[in-house]
Structures are given as structure tokens and as C-alpha cells.
Design a protein around this ligand. Structure first.
Ligand code: PSV
Ligand code: MN
Length: 394
């Protein structure tokens, strides 16, 4: 691909901002909120609009319900339209109790042993679909924390069966043009066994549910050193790669900024995506979302840098000489095959990314422009400190 074509491809790349990512996150030990945190979904949208205006890379927002609940959906739609923001997948939340709810999720939600709890969790997901339809979303992301902390606590097989039964009810409520994105996570909050703990469980569930069910890969939800690009390749093969929650991790965390620890791994994942795109792999149109917890940075700056890291990985993957790579692979020339990838990965694509932003009317230097705008100080003045509606723990 020539430079112009790569620039155009980068300019058309978009990743959704998680609404919960614009507030400061936290760990289970503490949360240290910064000045001018958004206090509701409308203020979160204001922040998302700033990130998109400066990067041109985040045209959509992924809501989390009930954290982003509002009685005034038309106003939300209006604000989004004015800011030229769309809504990506809606995320449901049955991993927390909310005040006044009839049944507790302490021992699970969609897989709870009590049918009444399962019904409540199913109804919440159906409500998420209803809200998402109004806003123009086309997918529901289903992540549950259900599982066990002790061997023997849960009947492992039956818990999965209950998951399939509950998820089938949600699936039945999906509009024809929607996707159900099933997100797996190895552990946390369940530390012994999580019902949808890996891509195997996720794929089995997707294949059982039907053609609108896909697997969502949150990069941080695997054991250290797991080869995520291989998982991606397998899900592409199975025609069930539904999307990503991008982030990075070093140990068992799932929240660090995308590309901050292992940008080579991010590149290798994008290498699989570009390969699938080139091969016109069937049913291949994964959703891109960030899912990070910004604990020590200004969340908007982290989101900008993360979106750009994804574009960098994408541009570098586009630079891979695929014909040469295929020939080296065919000839079992391991050294030249890997050098072909390295050559693309070590190319400085920074000017291409800046040019793509310039073409879109975004900032050549988003962080510099953001700091010069003093947006954060303006937020601090007009948004007196208050807890955000998000959990702070991602
Ligand atoms: C769970 O750790 C997760 O990755 C899921 O995507 C949740 O919806 C999100 O984080 C927020 O807690
Ligand atoms: Mn996630």
C-alpha cells in the first residue's frame, strides 16, 4: 500500500470510547478523582466529543447501563448528534447491585441458582437493548462476573447451562441487525472459576446461541503471556470475532492504556486483523472499543493516546509486505518472515498518523492542543467535585 492509501485507511479507523473511561478509575484500594470529572452521561458525552474532535479517531461512545441511565434519551440523542457522535455497543451491568433492586447479584446473575435472579438479569439486558435501539446502537456486550471463589461452590457444568438458557432469552430479544458480543474474562470478581472464563466458553456459547452471537476479546482478560493474536485468528476462522475491548496489561490487571506495555503484541493483533480484511474473511467486521481504567492520568489524555496507539498498530500492520511474508512462510524461512513483520513494526508512522488527523480537521498534536485549550480547568470550574456514576473499577 502507498502512503496515501495508508493515510486514508488510518483516517477511516474508529474506536469507541467507553463512557466509564472519561472518569478516573480506581482499584479496590482507592480512587483518586481528578478535577472536573463528568458527573452524568451528558458530561461524559461532552468529554467524548473533545477526544474525538482532537483525534478524529473516536466517533462513537459505548454506554454502560445503568451507570449511564437517563430519563431523557431524546436529549442524549440530540447532544450526540450535535457533537457528531454515534453509539456503539451497549454494555449491560449485572455484576453490581443497584439501590432498590429486588434481588442481589452477590452469587451471580444470569447463572444464579435462583430463577428469580436470572429473570431480573435477563430483563435488564432486554432493557439495554430497548435503550440501545433508541440511540442507534447495533450490539449488546454481555459480560458477567458470575463464578465461584471456592472449589465445590458451584456446579461448573450446570452454571454454564444456566448461562446458555439465560443468554438464549436475551438473544431472542435482539433485533435482526444486532449482534450479541459475549465477553470472557479469566477471573475477577470470581477468583476460582468464572462461568465465561475463556474464548472456548465464549465460542461455545456463541455457536449455541446462533448467527448473531459473537465473541468479544478484551485484551486484559487473559493469563499473562497468552497468545492473543492466535485467539483472534481462531475466532476469525470460526467467523465469530465480534469485537475488542482494547487495553494493555503487565500482570493480572486488565486496565492499562492500550499499547503502553506491549505495543508489539498490539501490532501482532492488528496484523491478524489486516490479514483477515485482505482475505475478505466472511462475517469479519469486529467492533473496536477501548476499556481501560485511568487511575493516574487525565482520562481524556489517556484515551487520546490510546486511540492513536491503535491507529499506529493499524498503520504498521498495513505496511507489512504480505506477498513477501507469504513467500517466506511457504519456504519456511522463519528469519525473513519475522523480519518482514519487524520491518513494518519498526517503521515510524507518526507522520502518517498526524497527516490523517490533519485531513480530518483534528489536531496534529492532540495532547498539546488539549493542554493549551485548558479544557480540564474549565471543567473543574463548572463541574464541582462529586462521585461519578460509574463504579471506578473497570
Ligand atoms: C470487566 O472487567 C469489563 O472488562 C467489562 O467489559 C465490563 O463491562 C467493564 O470491564 C466495566 O466494568
Ligand atoms: Mn471489557
Amino acid at each position: 500500500m502507498d502512503v496515501e492509501a495508508i493515510t486514508a485507511a488510518v483516517a477511516s479507523f474508529g474506536v469507541a470510547i467507553p463512557s466509564w473511561g472519561v472518569g478516573t478509575g480506581g482499584t479496590r484500594f482507592a480512587r483518586f478523582p481528578g478535577p472536573g470529572e463528568p458527573r452524568n452521561v451528558f458530561e461524559k458525552l461532552e468529554d467524548c466529543a473533545v477526544v474525538n474532535a482532537l483525534t478524529g479517531a473516536t466517533p462513537t461512545v459505548s454506554l454502560h447501563l445503568p451507570w449511564d441511565q437517563t430519563q431523557d434519551l431524546p436529549a442524549l440523542q440530540e447532544q450526540a448528534a450535535a457533537a457528531k457522535l454515534g453509539f456503539d455497543a451497549v454494555n449491560s451491568n449485572t455484576f453490581q447491585d443497584r439501590p432498590g433492586q429486588a434481588w442481589s447479584y452477590k452469587f451471580g446473575s444470569l447463572t444464579h441458582t435462583d430463577g428469580a435472579v436470572r429473570e431480573q438479569a435477563i430483563a435488564h439486558n432486554v432493557e439495554c437493548i430497548r435503550i440501545g435501539r433508541i440511540l442507534g446502537s447495533k450490539a449488546l456486550t454481555l459480560w458477567i462476573g458470575d463464578g465461584a471463589n471456592f472449589p465445590g461452590q458451584q456446579h461448573l457444568a450446570r452454571a454454564f447451562e444456566r448461562y446458555l438458557d439465560s443468554a438464549a432469552r436475551i438473544y431472542a430479544a435482539l433485533p435482526d441487525d444486532w449482534r450479541l458480543l459475549i465477553e470472557h474474562k479469566m477471573y475477577e470478581p470470581a477468583f476460582y472459576a468464572t462461568v465465561i472464563q475463556d474464548w472456548g466458553s465464549s465460542l461455545m456459547a456463541a455457536q449455541t446461541l446462533g448467527p448473531k452471537a459473537f465473541c468479544l476479546v478484551d485484551l486484559g482478560h487473559h493469563a499473562p503471556h497468552v497468545n492473543i493474536e492466535m485467539i483472534v485468528a481462531r475466532l476469525v476462522h470460526a467467523q465469530r470475532l465480534g469485537g475488542f475491548h482494547f487495553n494493555d496489561s503487565k500482570y493480572g490487571d486488565d486496565d492499562l492504556d492500550a499499547g503502553s506495555i506491549d505495543p508489539f503484541r498490539l501490532f501482532l493483533i492488528f496484523n491478524e486483523l489486516v490479514d483477515a480484511q485482505r482475505r475478505r474473511a466472511p462475517n469479519f467486521s469486529p467492533a473496536h472499543m477501548l476499556d481501560q481504567s485511568h487511575n493516574v492520568t487525565d482520562p481524556l489524555e489517556s484515551l487520546m493516546v490510546s486511540a492513536i496507539e491503535l491507529q499506529r498498530a493499524y498503520a504498521q500492520a498495513l505496511l507489512v509486505d504480505r506477498e513477501a511474508l507469504a513467500a517466506y512462510q511457504h519456504d519456511n524461512d522463519a528469519l525473513m518472515a519475522t523480519q518482514t513483520l519487524k520491518r513494518a513494526y519498526t517503521t515510524d508512522v507518526h507522520p502518517i498518523l498526524a497527516r490523517a488527523r490533519q485531513l480530518k480537521g483534528a489536531a496534529i498534536d492532540p495532547i498539546g492542543a488539549y493542554r493549551a485549550s485548558r479544557y480540564r480547568a474549565a471543567c473543574a470550574a463548572k463541574r464541582p467535585a462529586q462521585r461519578t456514576s460509574g463504579s471506578g473499577i473497570v
